[in-house]
Design a protein around this ligand. Sequence first.
Ligand code: PHB
Length: 385
Amino acid sequence: MNKFSWTIAVGLLGAAVAAHAAEEVKVGLMLPATGTYARLGTAITNGFKLYVDENGGMLGGASVSYATVDDESDPAKATENANKLVKRDGVDVLVGTVHSGVAMAMAKVARGSKTLMIVPNAGADELTGPLCAPNIFRTSFTNWQPSYAMGPVLLKKGIKRVVTLTWKYSAGLQAIEGFKESFTAGGGEIVQELTLPFPNTEFQPYLTEIATLKPDAVFVFFAGGGAVKLAKDYAAAGLKDSIPLYGSGFLTDGTLAAMGGAGEGLLTTLHYADGLDNPKDKAFRASYEKAYGAAPDVYAVQGYDAAQLLAAGLAAVKGKVEDREGMIKAMAAARIDSPRGSFAMSPAHNPVQDIYLREARGDINPVVAVAAAALADPARGCRMK
Ligand code: PHB
């Protein structure tokens, strides 16, 4: 080769390499790595990275890099943490988080900076309600959704008088509201609403009060380490056989092994379950077990689906993350082939999904029935503009 044609060859090669490797997306993972929700943050991270790894480190034609922050499930640090990712690290997308209060602060940063945001857990009704925005999406649930589905289940069992117990912050309070809405509409009565500060787990005084009130049943929202402690204390207080305990499925998802039998038989409602028996779930479970040596839970599914949603957006714009409008359009229209069963986004950008009734058996939550089919959050207060 003479010097001239050599130069051209090198030039062409360089252009080809540049065209191939040019598209990149920087993902900001803002999740808890410490505290009562630490395991939930890990499962979400695992799920997200599993989908990226299955696709050779790419999402929709863009190669993926990460910036991460431990949000500690602390709302007081949330704005600063989200700003670190957006301003210091220059992330293209915020993915987070578990805790509703932290997620609401993140959403305000995302709205102000117009950064794309995908919520892989936090159920705060506001995120796809009054705080809804074109650039904010959720692949999990609203706090209203799984709990709303439980009202009719209890009514059908002849349960009329219920005491509720939860942490006093938006996730717990909104979950109780969702349950209350369907339960009282069907003639049920809420005898007492008990709350304790997040993330306290000194349950004894509340269990004593429940024993005195003698309701037909107790409905709770707890998750993570707090859920484990509640189920153990409830059983140890001798209440489990006399006053049945129900909750949204966070009570028993990813927590049964640590409960050491105290969760056996608990009925819960959630948008995921064991034994769904669809091809996507089977493939996902096998892949997750192989990568991490553990069974996935609902949090892993939500993380996996956050990556799938981002991939749908990026694929529509050939990996060019600068085309925000194009991405938003594709993400809003996406149908996600989720391990939970496929779902579409509501106009408020929240999954329209089946809520399953599950019964805890050993370490798993096998599906018993569909408690509410294709349940859409009412998205009260959402004005998308
Ligand atoms: C929330 O704060 O929105 C939250 C936390 C943990 C869960 C579910 C919801 O398991």
